[in-house]
Design a protein around this ligand. Structure first.
Ligand SMILES: Nc1ncnc2c1ncn2[C@@H]1O[C@H](COP(=O)(O)OP(=O)(O)O)[C@@H](O)[C@H]1O
Ligand SMILES: [Mg+2]
Length: 429
């Protein structure tokens, strides 16, 4: 099969690594990265250049385009490819609204009885302010559109909520993405997420994974794109998984089909596990999570291509995929200053030594080549992943690999997956 992979981060490297194992595969990646170059032929087309990507897919006679990031999905890359008769894994623009518009997602959940907190959606500051004044408890203020993870303000009191409304609707801090805001009831509990593949009708859950958003050990410091992950997550007990499948994933896919925008691709549900009301949806994403995908791909126990091409074509393979019963852990190595501003271009050493360890994979998240040298080119630089018989073994192996890697100012969390060790043993997937 001839496949084009769109994107160039750690998630896409993990997908490329897994796709590569498919027999007879011819793989291109745009724009890719130096790690993906080991698995695919790179093409210098940016992930948001929809016309350029369509030309590329046509030129290489690609049968399946796998889209990593949300921006091209929300901008309609799947529709543009379909208009040229080309198949793609990912939702159409209309279906990607589950991620692209938080107001659409909340209103959709309300229409279909999918468990989520109460909310209001506003484009006028006066109306939003009235909602804040009338609210019983603390709120979360969210810009409606895509903000690369920066458009959410979790507020402790009304004053903070008013200030967030002002920043978004009056000062237009997020431009058009914040021209509408969603005000949500602030939920309490532990956060988890689950991903599922869908072909528009059927839903297949992927193995659970849990990421670590805060920059410092002990979940302290500002949020990042994710500092590491592990799979399976002990928070996702068989009961939670069953509930999310039956009460979230299946009704969402059915509802989207009924509303004339069938969802094909990966549906990612961000969840709050509340003590009194069970799992509640915080948000949907319309693509693979980063860094959850890195650990999930390590455990995916079969050829990925039939699953992605099946979802794209509207007929997923029967049954569930097999999963490696081992535990996967991924530790992100970040540039100094991240998640604030950070330097680029620092030489990286030790990648080959680390990757040569058994059951280790080093995925490139933000790297580039300078001549023959590998240098940093992003805030999250490398995802150091390992499999182990249990959490302790997987963690030990991942940190053994981390110890081989160096670049100036590199920082990482030392407690990735440690919280999993304090919880009961999870179900296998
Ligand atoms: N209703 C809510 N109650 C409590 N915390 C929330 C709520 N909604 C979002 N959050 C917190 O804010 C984070 C980001 O919100 P999310 O909806 O996932 O947006 P995005 O990932 O697009 O930034 C969540 O991971 C969660 O920690
Ligand atoms: Mg989120």
């Amino acid at each position: 099969m001839r496949v084009l992979l769109v994107g160039g981060g750690g998630r896409e490297h993990a997908l490329a690594w897994k796709l590569r194992q498919s027999p007879g595969l011819k793989l291109w990646a745009a724009p890719g990265n130096p790690g993906i170059a080991d698995a695919a032929t790179l093409e210098a087309v940016k992930a948001d250049d929809i016309g350029g990507l369509c030309d590329l897919a046509t030129r290489h006679d690609v049968e399946l385009t796998v889209v990593g990031p949300e921006a091209p999905l929300c901008a309609g890359i799947v529709d543009a490819l379909a208009a040229r008769g080309l198949g793609a894994f990912g939702p159409t623009r209309e279906a990607a609204a589950l991620e692209g518009s938080k107001a659409f997602a909340k209103e959709f959940m309300a229409r279909h009885g999918i468990p989520t907190g109460s909310f209001g959606a506003f484009d006028s500051a006066a109306a939003a302010d009235r909602f804040v004044d009338a609210s019983a408890g603390p709120l979360v203020v969210k810009a409606d559109g895509l903000c690369a993870g920066k458009g959410v303000v979790v507020c402790d009191d009304r004053a903070e909520a008013h200030a967030a409304v002002r920043r978004m609707l009056v000062e237009r801090e997020f431009g058009a993405a914040g021209a509408r805001v969603v005000l949500e009831e602030r939920l309490r509990g532990r956060e988890a997420s689950l991903m599922a593949l869908s072909d528009g009708e059927r839903v297949v859950l992927l193995a659970s994974a849990e990421d670590h958003k805060a920059v410092h050990d002990g979940d302290r410091g500002p949020n990042t794109g994710g500092m590491g992950a592990y799979s399976p997550s002990p928070l996702c007990t068989p009961q939670v998984i069953r509930f999310v499948l039956d009460a979230v994933m299946v009704p969402t896919v059915r509802g989207m089909a009924r509303e004339g925008r069938p969802f094909r691709g990966v549906l990612y549900a961000g969840l709050m596990l509340t003590a009194d009301r069970g799992p509640m949806v915080l948000e949907f994403n319309c693509r693979f999570g980063d860094p959850e995908t890195q650990v999930v791909m390590l455990r995916f126990g079969e050829d990925l291509v039939p699953w992605l091409s099946g979802a794209a074509a509207g007929r997923l393979p029967a049954g569930d995929p097999r999963w490696d019963p081992r535990v996967a852990v991924s530790v992100v190595l970040a540039a100094p200053g991240y998640p604030g501003s950070y330097p680029q271009g620092a030489p990286i050493t030790g990648v080959e030594e680390a990757a040569a360890l058994p059951d280790v994979a080093v995925f490139h998240a933000g790297t580039r080549r300078r001549g023959t040298e590998l240098v940093t080119a992003g805030g999250r630089v490398l995802d150091v992943c390992a499999l182990g018989a249990d959490l302790g073994a997987a963690r030990a192996r991942a940190y053994e690999a981390v110890a081989r890697l160096r670049f100036e100012g590199m920082h990482f969390r030392r407690d990735i997956a440690a919280r999993g060790q304090s919880l009961a043993r999870p179900s296998p997937s």
